[in-house]
Structure formats: structure tokens, C-alpha cells
Design a protein around this ligand. Sequence first.
Ligand SMILES: C[S@@+](CC[C@H](N)C(=O)[O-])C[C@H]1O[C@@H](n2cnc3c(N)ncnc32)[C@H](O)[C@@H]1O
Length: 220
Amino acid sequence: MTFKDLPKVGLLGLLVLFGGLSEAPAQLGSRSADDWASVLDREQRVSGLKIEEVVALLKLKPGDVVADIGAGTGVFSGPLAQAVAPTGTLLAVDIDQGLLDHIAQRAKEENIKNIQPILGEFDDPNLPTRVDVAFFHDVLHHIEHRQAYLKKLATYLEPDGQVVIIDLIFDRPDGPHRNQPEMHITQEQVRRWMAAAGFPVMQEIDLFDNKFFVVFRRNP
Ligand SMILES: C[S@@+](CC[C@H](N)C(=O)[O-])C[C@H]1O[C@@H](n2cnc3c(N)ncnc32)[C@H](O)[C@@H]1O
């Protein structure tokens, strides 16, 4: 299209053209809540997550406030909530209300009383309070504006708070999201984004073959 063609395109065309150029935030690899549930709760997946080991490594204390960001169906939310009970709180954050309903129902069935579901936004976890630990498992590669998200997240952390990021190592041609290069992130990128948000690496934990597990802290 050249400027000569503009009159033919008309006002509506221009709105569509320039509207498409402004970037609306999105979830990468989006699914419906039911679809997520069938994938995330699969026995084969859950048994490989080493949930007890991961939670033990975080050394949480009763009274801590922890945000499980992108909590999904809550496979980590329950064990994290139990680790900070009875006085601590687990904020289960997701952008999908259907998944938050799933987590609330699950907490009721398991008689876990210290889980608070939080509806986040694409670029903001909307936390109602400062947190001691923000935990991401298998989530950051779904967030489009990762660097901006982590910068925003940093504003919700207690001064000695920690950010824990466990995510996939995208190094296999047959691995997950193999046809979605926009979802591929590296540990090195995450380290840079976190450093820019004021959180250098505190600890790298070698627990998984296919995922990195890094703890960041403002004053390590
Ligand atoms: C692969 S699932 C992981 C769920 C859970 N952490 C687990 O490991 O079982 C990714 C989750 O991230 C959520 N998500 C995607 N973008 C998000 C965002 N910007 N903020 C919060 N949650 C998000 C999705 O709705 C989904 O529940």
C-alpha cells in the first residue's frame, strides 16, 4: 500500500491497520481452564514435578507470604500453603478465573484454609500485599512481556524477599513448544531480566534434567 491508496482504505481500514500495530498483552500457548486441568493434573506430569523436594528446598517458615504465580490447577499451591501454615498465606495467582475456581474447590476438598486466589493481569500479578517469596513453575515462558512482568513483580517483594523461577530448558528439537520459538526463554535471559529488576542470583539448584531452578534475592 502507498499513500496514493489511502483514500481507498478509508477510516475503518486505518483503524484496523494501526490498531493491529499496538501490542496488546497476551498469554502465549493459551488454553481453556478445562484443557489446562486435563494437562496439568495428569498423574504422569505431577509425579515428575518433585513437589515435596522443591517445597523443602525453599525453606519456607510458618507465617511467610508466598505467591504461586501462574498457579494453574494448584499442584504446588497446596503444598506451599501447608509449608507456611497456620499463620502464613499462599496467594494463588492466575489470569484465568476458571483455574482459580478449580484451586478454591481443591483447597476446600483438602481442607486447606490459607490459600487466597488472586486474579492477575497479563502484566501485573495484582498482589494485595508484599510477599516473602514469589514462585513460578512452568509459567514464565507463557508470559509475553517477561521483563516488564518481572520488574512489576519486584515492587511486590519484601526487602529480603526471594523470587524462585523453575522453567523449561528449550534445547531439544522434539521438546515442548517446539514450533513456538516465541515461547523459548533461557536461564541466561532470566538472569539478566532479574538483575535488571534488582534481583541477582542467590542460588542455582540442580534438581531437574529438563528445567532450570534459580532463586533470586535483592540482597543475597
Ligand atoms: C503450564 S501452566 C503451569 C501451572 C502451574 N504453575 C504448574 O506448574 O502446574 C501455566 C499457567 O500460567 C498461567 N499464566 C499464563 N500467563 C500468565 C500471567 N501473565 N500471569 C499469571 N498467570 C499466567 C496460565 O493460565 C497457566 O495456568
